[in-house]
Design a protein around this ligand. Structure first.
Ligand code: SAH
Length: 229
């Protein structure tokens, strides 16, 4: 197995969900990666399997207990496990293609999905959890974020995408957003395809695509042009 994903969640039945379809799903059933979703509640306290409690200092909502999460993490990922341990969190580093690329080369990931107000800070420190955010908005749980992250990573695992090339020209791979795509029909509601794309001049096509990628990036995401990828 090239890549092993372990997801710790209060809702293990949500997985594989979308990850069971299409490219990722085929790679999953083909054994190019593995996925286990582990119920945090199995480590809950008492007959009610409590996983959360009221926040110290007061305030609304509930906080996931450090001891419960630590037990779940330790069972899923013993000390010799080399996989990075992530916590999905709006406070985390925003997910980028560079992070995705790095994890796709590794042995897999352990991903903790938060719920409620989030998790006790002490387990983040004690288990070295790396906080990762899907973006500057708040979801009600880490599961959908974990699925998005895994879908981005899995498609880059060697052998998952048909043509190796289809990963290299995409948005973010060269610090630019992608150029526009066209296909048949030649005319759609009066709109034609840029003539250079049907000219057969590969050099001109490449030049046009590069210029369009730069234009679109400048217009939509000038911040990317300043980034060193
Ligand atoms: N009170 C927290 C939000 C908790 S949302 C705060 O203000 O920061 C509950 C859980 O959803 C989080 O623990 C996290 O696992 C997940 N989550 C919410 N938004 C997310 C985001 N943008 N990226 C990744 N995970 C997110």
């Amino acid at each position: 197995m090239n890549f092993r994903a372990s997801v710790l969640t209060l809702h293990p039945e949500m997985f594989p969900g979308p990850l069971g379809f299409s490219l990722c799903g085929k790679a999953l059933s083909g054994g190019l990666w593995s996925l286990e979703s582990r119920p945090i509640r199995a480590h809950g306290i008492g007959t009610h399997r409590m996983v959360d409690d009221t926040p110290a200092g007061g305030g609304p909502g509930m906080v996931m207990r450090a001891d419960v999460l630590a037990a779940a993490i330790d069972e899923a990922s013993p000390a010799h496990d080399k996989r990075p341990r992530l916590l999905m969190s709006p406070r985390g580093a925003p997910l980028t293609q560079a992070m995705v690329r790095r994890w796709a080369k590794g042995p897999g990931l352990l991903i903790v999905c938060g719920r409620f107000e989030g998790v006790d800070e002490r387990v983040i420190e004690a288990r070295g959890l790396e906080e990762v955010s899907l973006g500057d908005f708040v979801l009600s749980g880490g599961e959908v974020a974990a699925m998005a992250l895994l879908e981005a990573v899995v498609r880059l695992i060697p052998g998952v995408m048909g043509k190796e090339a289809s990963g290299t020209e995409e948005s973010f791979e060269n610090g630019l957003l992608e150029y526009p795509h066209y296909t048949r029909p030649a005319e759609f509601e009066g709109r034609t395809i840029p003539p250079v794309l049907t000219s057969g001049h590969h050099g001109e096509v490449a030049k046009w695509r590069r210029a369009e990628a730069e234009r679109i990036t400048r217009e939509r995401r000038p911040d990317l042009l300043k980034k060193d990828l």
